[in-house]
Write a protein that binds this ligand. Sequence first.
Ligand code: MHF
Ligand SMILES: O=c1ccn([C@H]2C[C@H](O)[C@@H](COP(=O)(O)O)O2)c(=O)[nH]1
Length: 277
Amino acid sequence: MKQYLGLLQDILDNGVQKGDRTGTGTLSVFGRQYRHDLADGFPLLTTKKLHLKSIINELIWFLRGDTNTRWLKENGVSIWDEWATESGDLGPIYGAQWTAWPTREGGKINQIDYVVDCLRNNPDSRRILFHGWNVEYLPDEQASPQENAAAGRMALPPCHLLYQFYVAGGRLSAQLYIRSSDSFLGLPYNTASLAVLTMMLAQQCDLEPGEIIISTGDSHLYSNHLEQVREQLARKPRSLPRLNITRKPDSIYDYRFEDFELLNYDPHPHIAAPVAV
Ligand SMILES: Nc1nc(=O)c2c([nH]1)NC[C@@H]1CN(c3ccc(C(=O)N[C@@H](CCC(=O)O)C(=O)O)cc3)CN21
Ligand SMILES: O=c1ccn([C@H]2C[C@H](O)[C@@H](COP(=O)(O)O)O2)c(=O)[nH]1
């Protein structure tokens, strides 16, 4: 993923010092894009070891429509703990908006069903997308994530918020807009997650995985990640692993972590970094 490392270097070279909500401080650039053809391998970083289980289980959790950390914890994932209430609640974040967008009449719209239906029945459509930015449920900026969740608002507003799909020549491509991107910790997760989602949708809709495109708004490095970034940039990227799906589940909602097989992943060691809350 040379383009990812290029983005890190770009932020180091061109980033402007900005304060941020968490009080940590960032170097930031605005508006960047990179792309990866899934035929060239699975985009999991090789310049530091990533925990694919957290990434896949988080995606399965979104698709369950789940917004409580209980299921994540039961499945060995702790990346959402800092924002949840004592009972694990995060308010109507990603999973709720993806699968149960609330309607005026008190009903729910499943945006994922819509995408699957379009890919199968209207693949030339230019409207194959789903969106997480439900303005009515955004957090109150004066309150903590836990207070927001307890009040029925999102603990955090979505960062990866607009997913658009495109079919040509039997291949499925996907573009994701990330309004705010923690480029050392969050972006590697968001990239691999988009790749897995694209592979799942392609399998369900009898398409081949195509390209993924990541477009980022505020693309930042937290001030307490800079040492780690330099260490990563000093490492030589290795060849990408492959990810196989070993079974065709009945629907997009029936994938399990055990259905994925990661081959030839030979990364440099993990680099720990504190997450800004
Ligand atoms: N500041 C910030 N960055 C994020 O990327 C982020 C948030 N907040 N809040 C909501 C979610 C949670 N996400 C997270 C949270 C933590 C890690 C993290 O600490 N990753 C470690 C490994 C931790 C583990 O696997 O248990 C890493 O080294 O990648 C990654 C993504 C992505 N999001
Ligand atoms: O999937 C995700 C979720 C979150 N992030 C990062 C981006 C920011 O650093 C924080 C969110 O803070 P805001 O003040 O709401 O922008 O989390 C990410 O990169 N990817």
